[in-house]
Design a protein around this ligand. Structure first.
Ligand code: NDP
Length: 291
């Protein structure tokens, strides 16, 4: 029956983990992948590999997509577009909010429903009760297939009708993830240059990262209220501090691109007259973008 039946298109590490999770939960699973051999282990467990995208779409109303990006989706589904009518495409491929919005329009143009997913866990997190995925798009489609989506990750976080929202929440996490991890690499490079190992600084790095949520919460309310008073910290103090960071890295002979970019933002804030304001005033500068 429709309830325990799903099509999965795309069998990279993520799609394979998803198909496995559906099989574990007793779903009838239909598969398609450009490289057919990636389905071997799943077929051995009872999944059905079909030779064409049309057959994969015909097999189920619910179609999970796990492709590298949205461009891959157009390459895969484009030639089979007439078979899209009536399908609910749950796109768990990562891309930008704008890509998600235009994909929703494209799907609608072919009579299909597009639900955007923003998946933040690695393959090992798929099928786990505590994992969560962002969704956005038509609420009706989300509610209809909620139990199937809870097979992918035990928790679902529906953000609203705008198809871009799930991708936006994904990107909000990613901008923090990539820049934070780069800051960690920077600290390790600095440590190595000074005869310390990553293991030597792990505890200190962890304590530093763990201190951040307190700052997030403290500044969230002030920033939303547009309040950047320098009662707790002043940008001029921060400017001196980030220059110490920059010079420490330069003196140690390590790459300075990252600390220099941070110092540049502080410099622009100083130039804009925020010396006596909190460094949270940099948010206002960042909101303006570069034109
Ligand atoms: P992969 O890039 O390893 O696999 C993607 C799938 O896309 C494969 O099935 C591949 O087919 C297919 N594909 C790519 N390009 C094309 C194309 N032009 N035509 C047909 N098929 C194509 O990705 P993952 O499985 O690792 O991830 C899937 C999505 O999940 C990505 O958007 C990723 O950003 C996201 N994600 C991944 C995480 C991870 O830890 N891996 C974590 C969170 C999100 P083939 O097998 O033939 O190459």
């Amino acid at each position: 029956g429709m309830e325990k039946s799903v099509t999965v298109i795309g069998l990279g590490p993520m799609g394979q983990a998803m198909a496995t999770a559906f099989l574990d939960q007793g779903y009838a699973v239909t598969l398609w992948n450009r490289t057919a051999s990636r389905a071997d282990a799943l077929v051995a467990r009872g999944a059905v590999l079909v030779p064409g995208v049309e057959e994969a779409l015909a097999a189920n109303e619910l179609v999970i997509l796990s492709l590298t990006d949205y461009r891959a989706m157009y390459e895969v589904l484009g030639p089979a577009a007439p078979a899209l009518a009536g399908r609910v495409l749950v796109n768990l491929s990562s891309d930008t909010p704008e890509q998600a919005r235009s994909a929703a329009r494209w799907a609608a143009g072919h009579g299909a429903t597009h639900l955007t997913g923003g998946i933040t866990v690695p393959p090992s997190g798929i099928g786990q009760a505590e994992s969560s995925t962002f969704y956005s798009g038509p609420r009706e489609a989300f509610e209809k297939y909620r139990s199937a989506l809870e097979v992918v990750t035990g928790r679902t976080d529906y953000r609203g009708e705008d198809p871009g929202l799930a991708a936006l929440f994904y990107q909000l996490g990613m901008v923090m993830f990539w820049t934070s991890m780069m800051s960690y690499w920077q600290a390790i490079a600095l440590a190595h240059a000074n005869g310390l190992t990553a293991a030597d600084i792990l505890g200190h790095a962890t304590d530093t990262a763990n201190s951040l949520p307190g700052f997030f919460a403290f500044y969230a309310e002030r920033i939303d209220a547009g309040r950047h008073t320098g009662d707790v910290d002043r940008l001029a103090m921060g400017m001196a501090s980030v220059e110490h960071v920059l010079h420490t890295n330069a003196d140690s002979g390590v790459d300075t691109a990252l600390p220099a970019a941070v110092a540049e933002l502080f410099r622009r804030g100083m130039d804009a007259g925020h010396a006596a304001d909190s460094f949270s005033s940099l948010v206002e500068l960042m909101k303006k973008g570069e034109t």
